[in-house]
Design a protein around this ligand. Sequence first.
Ligand code: TYM
Length: 333
Amino acid sequence: MENQEKKRILSMYQCTGTFTLGNYLGALRNHIKLQEEGYDCVYALADLHALTVRQVPAELRKYTKEAYAWLLAMGLDLSKTIFFIQSQVPEHCQLAWLLNCYTQFGELSRMTQFKDKSAKHADNINAGLFTYPCLMAADILLYQADYVPVGADQKQHVEIARDIAERFNGIYGDVFTVPEPMIPKHGARVMSLQNPLSKMSKSDENQNGNISVLDDPDTIMRKFKRAKTDSGSEVRFGEGKEGVNNLMGIYAAVTGKSFDEIEAEFAGKGYGEFKPAVAEAVIAELRPIQERYREIVADKAYLEETYRAQAPKAQAIARRTLSKAMKKVGLVQ
Ligand code: TYM
């Protein structure tokens, strides 16, 4: 297949902390597989989005490099995939400004993530938090992405990117490819182990609810053994069993087994056997990546050389789209 005939995939990840098992199962793992499935993949670390919440500068830098190393350890193949750091391609901010002017206050006000984050960070409801979806739309539209693989929590942001693209195209002709979200069957919404009604997140105050991809085996085992379930004991998917449903979702995503197969495997065994089995599956999945990660992250020179070389590749694509959009709206080229 010729390069330009391949469907383009674009996705990005915030690097405000170590990736969680939610990021891994809902996004990263699937994205690494897509590069083997004939797509033209472009991935990046969304460090500009991270600034919408106050960060400790040295930590943001550290987490960005660690996140970069983690994706390489997972097998991201730079001969097939572009993988860059968002702030190193200034076209993202430039297109974001244009898109800001084609996005309505009302539609940004309706974004669930804005409502959640402004409630959580009531002392810092900054303009960036509000216009976050415009920067994300710029990320997607600059690369003319056909598909945007994300976890279920980001679906609304991909939908607003579609609306913005359609609106812009409606005025100026076909400037942007209208993207479609791609949501995985299992793992699309991994919930906190301590509160299965809220999603697993790096910023969860209760770290027992969140599995980090760098947690050691004992920590992973301990967190799964303490996972909140219900007063029953049957490993069965059902209403009122959110904790068990979440563990089944994780086990299904990691092992590839269906819910029926999982129910049969643990029939008559209870949570006491199920929880450690989920932990073991997660430990086995993460162990080889953690080993490669330690080697890659230690080689600072290699890492820096690698991400620096990727930004111009992304920029070459982004520049073409930005120029077209600038010309269409009447900016002198
Ligand atoms: P972020 O950094 O919160 O998450 C990165 C990816 O991980 C998925 N994810 C989850 N999936 C399942 N269960 C969970 N508990 C869970 N937590 C996170 C997210 O859905 C996402 O796919 N705004 C985006 C980053 C971004 C972006 C983009 C994504 C910036 N520009 C352009 C796609 C395209 C975000 O904050 O994701």
